[in-house]
Design a protein around this ligand. Sequence first.
Ligand code: ZN
Length: 181
Amino acid sequence: MEKKFTPSHLDIKAFAQGSGELSGVSPLADWSRLSQEQFAGLESSPVRWRLHGRTEPISGAGDETWLDLEAELGLPMQCQRCLKPVLSEVFAERSFRFVSDEATAAALDDEAEEDILVLSRDFDALALVEDELLMALPLVPRHVVCPEEVTLSFSDPAVEAAQERPNPFAALANLKKPPTS
Ligand SMILES: [Zn+2]
């Protein structure tokens, strides 16, 4: 009989021993910490995630317990160049090795290249998905090409009319220009 796994209450060892696979798609609103990073003005694309459990046999010792994680989403963020919304494609991929206790994890943490976590029978793998996506967010979100330049190249009567009116920010804009010599 196949065991059912719940991603937010995962028995890590059983999941790894059964080569478990879990995946899901859920809207950004379901992820409270990621939602706080969102900038208004664009539609987000949902969080897609996938978990895979596996064991690695080690000669002279018990099997190692591993969890592979992949997740992605399109998160509206504020472009740091033009200050308009930009949809940041965020992708996370990481493998974790689970050990039996905190002391082992602490001892291995310095020497192991992989991320070490402590085994649990009630592990919140969705919190781990959210952690990884938060860490993968761009530090300086930016458009490849900011939309401002595109808008100005169009001949739009409304834009032209607006430009003919005296602009209260014009004086400010002039102040920002480098002095011409
Ligand atoms: Zn921009």
